[in-house]
Design a protein around this ligand. Structure first.
Ligand code: UFG
Length: 325
């Protein structure tokens, strides 16, 4: 199949492009390079463009006539969404609206979008299933939920086949080190832990040690980026078989605390992680762990990187590669 990947120069987008291309599919990357990297576009044509630019996006869909679209293009920092909500409503809500309008006007085809566990807010149960209430606690999560609602309405009115994939904590990197996690600034835990090993003068901050968890630090469900990539492909296949649109969690179902991550990083690298304890970061739920039963059931999705050691090993290989280049 031929897939137009919006935001294909970013972290999860580029890994999905590689996954699709190495499994025999054609990919076209559409990206405004605001956070993505041209160096990550290696598996097909590149179209420079912003998803909010209706004419440019429509032209790309018209020119390449893809069988399906995957939409990663979004702003994705929780704390930035609190300080600058306008950017998030503009990029994530209006941008997604433009994508749906282009499909409505240029011909509908399956659409898979990046959503987030942030749509649940503070979960009411330890394992988050898709049936739990949707109560996002920050603008980022609200923009993702609004996107999902828009999709439901566009699907109802214009028959767009859709799936929203609610990622938990994306982590790790391409084991061949062609691409990996590269954000500026880097705010995510695992790259910050590994960067502290590489630059011992800059210890990693641990935000909060008084959460109601076993060791007092926040618990997250880290899912390897290649397992996410595969899920996008399976989602497109699912939509080709004319199934109804829905939102699906992507996680491993295993929770790891910040101190677990530090201990695993120390074991994998055989080095100490310089760290210091700091106050809590605003809007951080204490625990986010997926129930990913639905993805297994309907997509037959089974994550390969089920151990945190394997995830951190690939992240470490990438961090070392990046620091040498
Ligand atoms: N953390 C630190 N130090 C750091 C970075 C993070 O202690 O240097 C902590 C955070 O406070 C949090 C945990 O490590 O408790 C994980 O933080 P990340 O920033 O790596 O990831 P988040 O859980 O905040 O974010 C993820 C996704 C978002 C999504 C969010 C939902 O990256 O896209 O989950 O809450 F919106």
């Amino acid at each position: 199949m031929k897939v137009l990947v919006l935001g294909g120069a970013g972290y999860i987008g580029s890994h999905t492009c590689k996954y699709l291309a190495t499994h025999g599919h054609d990919v076209i990357t559409y990206d405004n390079l605001s956070t993505g990297h041209l160096e990550f576009v290696k598996w097909g044509p590149f179209v420079y463009g912003d998803i909010r630019d209706y004419a440019n996006l429509r032209q790309a869909v018209h020119k390449y006539n893809p069988d399906g679209l995957i939409h990663f293009a979004a702003s994705a920092y929780v704390s930035e969404s609190v300080s600058n909500p306008g950017q998030y409503y503009d990029n994530n809500v209006l941008g997604s609206l433009r994508v749906m309008e282009v499909l409505r006007d240029e011909g509908v085809r399956p659409l898979v979008v990046s959503s987030s566990c942030a749509v649940y807010g503070v979960p009411t149960e330890n394992y988050i299933s898709e049936r739990l209430p949707l109560n996002p606690i920050n603008p980022y999560g609200r923009t993702k939920l609004i996107m999902e609602w828009m999709l439901q309405d566009f699907a109802h009115a214009h028959q767009i086949p859709w799936m929203a994939l609610r990622y938990f904590n994306a982590a790790g990197a391409d084991p061949e080190c062609e691409i990996g996690e590269w954000h500026t600034p880097e705010t995510h835990l695992i790259p910050n832990v590994l960067n502290a090993i590489l630059n011992p003068a800059s210890p990693v901050n641990i935000f909060g040690d008084d959460y109601p968890t076993s060791d007092g630090t926040c618990i997250r469900d880290y899912i390897h980026v290649l397992d996410l990539a595969k899920a996008h492909f399976l989602a497109l296949e699912y939509l080709y078989s004319q199934k109804p649109g829905l939102a699906v969690n992507l996680g491993t179902g295993q929770g790891k605390s910040i101190l677990d991550i530090i201990a695993t990083a120390e074991a994998v690298t055989a080095k100490k992680v310089p760290h210091k304890f700091c106050p809590r970061r605003p809007c951080d739920p204490s625990q986010l762990v997926a129930s990913a039963e639905l993805a297994t059931k309907i997509l037959n999705w089974i994550p390969e990187y089920t151990s945190i050691d394997k995830i951190i090993t690939t992240a470490w290989q990438w961090a070392c590669h990046k620091s040498h280049n």
